[in-house]
Each structure stands twice: as C-alpha cells, then as structure tokens.
Write a protein that binds this ligand. Structure first.
Ligand code: HEM
Length: 118
C-alpha cells in the first residue's frame, strides 16, 4: 500500500514537472521572432510589472523585485536596457553582479532582445 502511494506521488511529481517545462517552453515560444524591442520592454516599467534587457536577453523580474538582495535599486532597470546598471551597479558596490546573480537571472529570461548584445 505504502509503495503504491509512493509511486502515485512520484508519478504526480513527474507530471507536474513535465507540465511546468511545457509551460515554460510555450512562454519562450511566445517571444517575438526578432526578440523583444525596447519599446515593448518599456511597457513593463513598474514595481509589479518589471521587464529589463541585460546583455541582449529579456528578463521578466516582476516576481523578484521584492526579493532582490540589492533592494529597490533594481527598479532603476525596469523597462530599460539595464546592462550597464547590472554590470556596474553604480549606486551600490560599483562592481558587476556576482556569477550566482547571473545564474539567478536565467530563471527570469523570457526570450531574446531585439537590441544587440552589448
Ligand atoms: C535580472 C536582474 C537582477 C538580478 C537577478 C539581480 C540579483 C542580485 C543578487 C543575487 C544580488 C546579491 C549579490 C551579492 O550579494 O553580491 C544583487 C545585489 C545587488 N543588485 Fe541586483 N539583480 C538584478 C538587477 C539589478 C539592477 C538592474 C540593479 C541596479 C539598478 C541592481 C543592483 C544591485 C545592487 C546595488 C546590489 C548590491 C547590494 C549590496 O551589496 O548592498 N540589480 N542583485
């Protein structure tokens, strides 16, 4: 009986993971062919709806703004190409974000940017 329950839980977890992966893929697919333009990104410039371009990629960080370890500073990048801000953190330590911040950013990537990589 226990094994049956364990198996069912495992199958449910697998199904959940597969569905999530499909949803993420669909989100990526929805990105425009040539990448997101600055004009499109600029429509998402608020605390609750914040997109930014970093190094030729577009990120939707809306759910991360409140969790950002650098606090509200991240808001300066909303709706913009924030490559400079991300790489230089001029109002903070004046150094690039560490590699693990770049890893974290990957989970918010929603597609390419139409602007070339800097
Ligand atoms: C995808 C977007 C971003 C992600 C994933 C991200 C992530 C992070 C992470 C993980 C840290 C902690 C790193 C550490 O302890 O050294 C951090 C710190 C910081 N971030 Fe960001 N960040 C993003 C965008 C931005 C933007 C656009 C700005 C500036 C406008 C910014 C400014 C800062 C500053 C100033 C700190 C340092 C805070 C301190 O040490 O007191 N971040 N960020």
């Amino acid at each position: 009986m226990k094994i049956k329950i364990l198996f069912m839980a495992f199958a449910a977890a697998l199904l959940g993971a597969a569905c999530t992966a499909t949803l993420i893929k669909q989100e990526r697919k929805a990105a425009p062919e040539g990448g997101y333009t600055l004009e499109e990104v600029a429509k998402h410039a608020s605390e609750t709806d914040c997109w930014m371009i970093i190094n030729g990629k577009t990120y939707d960080v809306s759910g991360f703004v409140a969790k950002h370890p650098g606090g509200r500073m991240i808001l300066n990048g909303c709706g913009k190409d924030a490559t400079e801000l991300f790489m230089k953190r001029p109002d903070g330590p004046k150094t690039p974000h560490p590699f693990w911040a770049k890893l974290k950013a990957r989970s918010f990537n929603i597609g390419r940017a139409a602007t070339p990589e800097k």
